[in-house]
Design a binder for this molecule. Structure first.
Ligand code: ADP
Ligand code: MG
Length: 727
């Protein structure tokens, strides 16, 4: 066995568990390192506290004097927890998080020193961020970017650093990060949804979008991962024959969690608790070494921050336990990939979940209003939702017969389908008293308060109603939820705004009662959005054909899918809802295309390296052994040697053939890459997708065949069975 592979396996097998004990009750750990309401009350003046709360609730500005007060109390709190540094924590367009640490420590005149942190440092910073992708925004405007405090997401201490969640914007106002557009989308949905809520309940003054994500991931021993250049460089295996046993026995799903993994999870959960990330469930997933972690849902901005933070913490904690965590959507061919379901709903400041049916017909009409509007919004912007989850790595998952297809559709279950079917028949215009009573008692009133157990869950749907929330399942495990959450909340905001206008105009022009008007508009929406509803098997070929007939988009690759982001319709939407202007939309699109190209380019290079430097030399080495063997047989048996050397000669030929195929394909791919690199933008991405990427499978095919033929003792790359089953 090659030294690298042998040592990696040995290290893994000898690994003990880093035992993690429960520090104390989870509830006692929760939020201990967060500057939350409790800490703020303790450290802040009443005035300063109130100004933060107002900023959270109503988006009011915090003046400089108050900011100074807040900064001082934040610093005092942080120092009491042993923090020495602070950082503006932000989410650049790379999808990861970024931070630049500054010490509180400052020298003062006379040779002394003190810890200092004022309002200016809290509110605004200028990171040296010239190397973050900006899609030309800052070059165009020759403006620098700065980070600005987001008071709606509380500061926290990680390690010995006080982290202050911030947005990252250009001086000209353009957003350079993922958070700023999300905050604007959340504000838009708040405005539209609150206005619609007032039809039903005047007391509602704020609506929050809620998000509960479910993070899937793989855990691989650190030494094994390090023995695979492809995993280290690209996050996935570019080569590797499937092992005899994969996931066919379904023995991993909900099976007992191995103790080493359990210790990692315990450690991770304790860290999460301290940071106020309310993780709740953990279990094995379908594939070997695949797991899932889910929190209690939160307000969407906070939930997005918590997911980004958690992914970061997971990497750090996994090192302590000698694991490498893989967030890639498809690390292993033939093995289930990882996603990040985004459970989404809207909730009022009066404590009502707007996607949960209520006790009275009126509450149910409110539920139906938000329910139908959501379906209509997804119908109108299905291609934009698909675009919001597009990435080079997620392309492996979508439509790959195990994950939601690249076609966006909505599943609502048979019960609610019946309700919508009946609502389609509501009379146009004024309703007779009889019809009104009928509607309220027999249709709207019939929706059971608790749908949770009644919705038969269709696991193949990319956007499913699951009783009191919608679940966007197409989001990739590696991605930042901010992208899809920005799109979803923007389209809902737009939809609800249009809905209100239509209802109001029916009330004014046609003199309809409000509830009549609501029924009338909903009826039209149900009819208009019918084609997005699909209750059947989303994985089958039949659905692909059917979806095509219905005119739904089916964009299988990122370069195709991303086009929807810069369509006239999309730009008009983002501008109308004041989420992004044209420059911001186009800059993002450019960055995402570039990111796609870079990922495929890196994979192409790594694949060529591994095939040339690892696979082919090993194959030749083994072939030489065979040649020696044949020569020896000839020596012993003379002319009749062929009888004894038949198999070996066959093998020698096969190996030569595979080597030749790999070599020529790498050469072609490399030449093609040189050509493709001359292209720009969309054409460049299209070419990487359609001309470079197809070589991967072809090269892999031959390399994986060699893996089967070559002596296991010589094979340099850690095999699937070792990666997936060694713990
Ligand atoms: P699963 O999809 O695995 O069956 P659940 O349906 O129990 O799991 O919940 C999945 C996630 O949905 C959890 O993270 C939970 O917090 C979240 N969730 C529940 N209610 C809401 C809601 N109103 N808004 C957003 N997320 C929610
Ligand atoms: Mg789920």
């Amino acid at each position: 066995m090659s030294a690298i592979r042998f040592n990696a396996l040995k290290e893994t097998l000898n690994r003990g568990s880093v035992i993690v004990k429960e520090k104390s009750k989870r509830s006692e750990l929760f939020g201990k390192n967060v500057f939350n309401e409790q800490a703020m009350r303790q450290y802040m003046t009443k005035e300063a506290y109130q100004s933060v709360m107002d900023a959270i609730e109503y988006g009011t500005k915090i003046d400089r004097k108050k900011a100074d007060q807040i900064a001082v109390s934040m610093k005092d709190w942080a120092l009491s927890k042993g923090a020495t540094h602070y950082t503006h924590w932000f989410q650049p367009l790379t999808g990861a998080t970024a931070e630049k640490h500054d010490a509180f420590f400052e020298t003062i005149e006379g040779g002394g020193a003190m810890e200092r942190f004022d309002g200016g440092q809290l509110v605004q910073q200028e990171p040296d961020a010239s190397s973050f992708p900006n899609g030309g925004i800052r070059n165009t405007f020759e403006a620098r970017g700065y980070t600005a405090w987001d008071p709606t997401s509380p500061a926290f201490i990680y390690g010995t650093t006080l982290c202050i969640p911030t947005v990252f914007v250009a001086y000209t106002g353009e957003a350079l990060d993922n958070k700023a557009p999300l905050l604007r989308a959340l504000q838009a949905v708040d405005e539209s949804a609150t206005a619609v809520c007032k039809f039903f309940d005047k007391n509602v003054t704020k609506v929050n979008a809620t998000l509960g994500w479910e993070q899937e991931y793989f855990l691989i021993d650190k030494a094994l991962a390090a023995s695979r250049p492809d995993i280290m460089m690209t996050g996935r295996t570019l080569l590797g024959h499937s092992s005899a046993k994969g996931q066919q026995l379904d023995d991993h799903y909900f099976g007992s969690i191995p103790s080493r993994v359990m210790n990692f999870m315990r450690d991770l959960e304790q860290e999460s608790m301290l940071l106020g990330v309310p993780v709740k469930t953990r279990h094995n997933e379908v594939a070997p070494n695949q797991f899932e972690l889910a929190p209690i849902f939160e307000e969407a901005n906070l939930a997005v921050d918590h997911n980004s933070l958690l992914m970061d913490v997971m990497e750090k904690v996994s090192h302590r336990h000698h694991f490498k965590v893989l967030f890639h959507e498809k690390p292993f061919a033939g093995i289930n990939g990882s996603g990040k379901h985004n459970n989404w709903s809207l909730s009022t400041n009066t404590g009502v979940n707007l996607l949960s049916p209520g006790k009275t017909p009126m509450k149910n009409l409110q539920f139906l209003t938000f329910f139908v509007n959501t379906i209509k919004a997804v119908h109108d912007y299905e291609d934009l939702i698909r675009a919001s989850i597009a990435s080079a790595s997620n392309d492996h998952r979508l439509g790959a017969n195990e994950a939601p297809p690249a076609i966006i559709s909505v599943f609502i279950g048979s019960q609610l389908s019946e309700v919508l079917d009946e609502l389609e028949n509501v009379t146009k215009g004024k309703l007779s008293p009889q019809e009104k009573t009928d509607l309220k008692l027999n249709i709207v009133g019939k929706i059971p308060e608790i749908l949770l157990d009644n919705t038969d869950r269709n696991r193949t749907s990319p956007f499913a109603f699951t009783g009191n929330k919608f679940e966007l399942r197409a989001v990739g495990s590696w991605s930042n939820c901010a992208g899809p959450m920005t799109v979803l909340n923007t389209i809902i905001a737009k939809q609800l705004k249009d809905f209100k206008t239509e209802v109001d105009s029916l009330v004014d022009a046609k003199k309809l009662k409000k509830d009549e008007a609501v029924f009338n508009v909903l009826r039209e929406y149900i009819k208009a959005s019918k084609k997005i509803r699909f209750e059947g098997d989303g994985y089958g070929d039949a659905w692909e054909k059917e979806a095509k007939k219905r005119g739904l988009s089916n964009n299988k690759t990122t370069p195709e899918a991303l086009k929807a982001k810069i369509s006239k319709k999309a730009i008009a939407l983002f501008e109308e809802m004041r989420v992004m202007n044209k420059v911001e939309v186009e800059a993002r699109h450019e960055i995402e295309l570039e990111e796609y190209v870079k990922r495929i380019q890196i994979e192409s290079r790594v694949l060529a390296d591994v095939a040339r430097n690892h696979v082919i030399p090993t194959a030749i080495q083994y072939q030489n052994t065979l040649i020696e063997n044949v020569k020896g047989l000839k020596e012993i048996f003379g002319e009749s040697f062929e009888k004894y050397a038949k198999e070996q000669i066959e093998l020698i030929k096969k190996i030569s053939n595979h080597i030749a195929e790999i070599n020529s394909k790498i050469e072609k791919m490399t030449d093609e890459r040189k050509e493709v690199n001359k292209l720009k933008g969309q054409k460049n991405a299209d070419a990487y997708c359609n001309k470079i990427k197809p070589y991967f499978e072809e090269i892999r095919y031959h390399a994986d065949k060699l893996e089967l033929l070559v002596d296991d003792n010589l094979w340099p790359l850690t095999k699937y069975r070792e990666l997936l089953f060694t713990r």
